[in-house]
Design a binder for this molecule. Structure first.
Ligand SMILES: [Zn+2]
Ligand SMILES: [Zn+2]
Length: 273
C-alpha cells in the first residue's frame, strides 16, 4: 500500500500546498480521500488520474476538502469518454452536494456532448451516503467508517482502509475522539489533519482563533497515535503551514507524546507500507 499526500494545505492559499486530499494506492486500486484545491494536478504528479479511481471518499463537506471534486468528476468523465462510473462515498449531504455540482456543470456538459461524438451522456457518478460504523469493500480493500468530531460540521466521517495485514486510518478534521481511536487502533499509519495551537493561538484574527476548537493540534494527534498504538503518525493540512526548516520543530512536538515514526512533508510525500 502506498499513501500519497496529494494535498497538505488547508483553506489558507499556499503556492506550494494543494488543498487537503490523500491518495491510497494498492496495485491498480486507487482511492482518493477528500478532493481539495488542485487535487487533479497532484494526482497526475502521483502517477494517478481520476479515471484510475476506484472511489472517492469524503470526510466532510467543508469547502477545503471538496472544492475540486468537480474537476475529479469532469476529468473522470471526459477521459473515460462517458463510459465509466465514479463511486463517491461520504457523509449524509454528499448526494445533494454532488447533484448541485452536476447542476453547476450543466452548461459545460452540454457543450462537450454537442462537440464530441464520443460523448453521449454526462458524467456518471454513484453516490453512497454512509453512516458511522458502516463497512464496505472496494476490490480487495476493506473500509470501515466511524464518526469524528468537528462540530458544528456534522456529520463527519473518518476511514480505516485495510488490505491484507496493512491498515491506514485517514480521519480528516477532528478533535481527538473515540471514533478516531477506534479507526487508528494498531494501524500502520494514522493520517491526521493538524494545527499548531501554540502558534494559531497568537493570531490577532478572531476567525483564525475559531479553528482551535475543532481541530487536533500536533500534541493531541501524537497522544491519539500513542493511545491507539499506531506505527506512524502522518501530519497533513498543517496550520500554519511550516517551512521545511520548521519540520523538526513539529516532529519534536509530536515526539513528546509518541515514540513511533512521525511523518511530515510536502505535497506528494509518499509513505510505503
Ligand atoms: Zn473541516
Ligand atoms: Zn480542513
Amino acid at each position: 500500500m502506498e499513501i500519497v499526500l496529494t494535498g497538505t494545505g488547508s483553506p489558507l492559499p499556499d503556492a506550494n500546498r494543494a488543498g487537503p486530499s490523500t491518495l491510497v494506492k494498492v496495485d491498480n486500486c486507487h482511492v482518493l480521500v477528500d478532493a481539495g484545491r488542485g487535487v487533479v494536478m497532484r494526482m497526475a504528479g502521483a502517477g494517478s488520474l481520476p479515471i484510475f479511481l476506484r472511489a472517492v471518499l469524503l470526510t466532510h463537506l467543508h469547502s477545503d476538502h471538496i472544492c475540486d471534486l468537480n474537476d475529479v468528476i469532469t476529468t473522470h468523465w471526459v477521459m473515460s469518454q462517458g463510459n465509466a462510473t465514479l463511486p463517491i462515498y461520504g457523509p449524509p449531504g454528499t448526494l445533494e452536494f454532488v447533484n448541485r455540482q452536476m447542476h453547476a456543470l450543466e452548461a459545460d456538459i452540454s457543450y462537450r456532448i454537442e462537440h464530441h461524438e464520443e460523448l453521449t451522456n454526462g458524467p456518471r457518478v454513484e453516490v453512497a451516503e454512509l453512516t458511522p460504523g458502516e463497512q464496505f469493500t472496494l476490490d480487495d480493500l476493506s473500509i470501515r467508517t466511524a464518526a469524528t468530531e468537528h462540530a458544528p460540521v456534522k456529520p463527519t466521517l473518518g476511514y480505516r482502509i485495510e488490505h491484507n495485514d496493512v491498515a491506514v486510518a485517514l480521519v480528516g478534521d477532528t478533535v481527538p475522539c473515540e471514533g478516531v481511536d477506534e479507526l487508528a487502533r494498531e494501524a500502520d499509519a494514522y493520517v491526521q489533519t493538524v494545527i499548531r495551537s501554540d502558534l494559531v493561538g497568537l493570531s490577532p484574527n478572531s476567525m483564525m482563533l475559531d479553528i482551535l476548537d475543532y481541530h487536533s493540534d500536533v500534541e493531541q494527534a501524537a497522544q491519539t497515535a500513542a493511545r491507539a498504538n499506531v506505527k506512524r503518525l502522518v501530519l497533513t493540512h498543517m496550520v500554519p503551514a511550516p517551512t521545511e526548516d520548521q519540520y523538526s520543530e513539529w516532529i519534536a512536538k509530536a515526539q513528546e507524546h509518541f515514540d513511533g515514526e512521525v511523518v511530515i512533508g510536502d505535497d506528494l510525500t509518499t509513505i510505503s507500507l
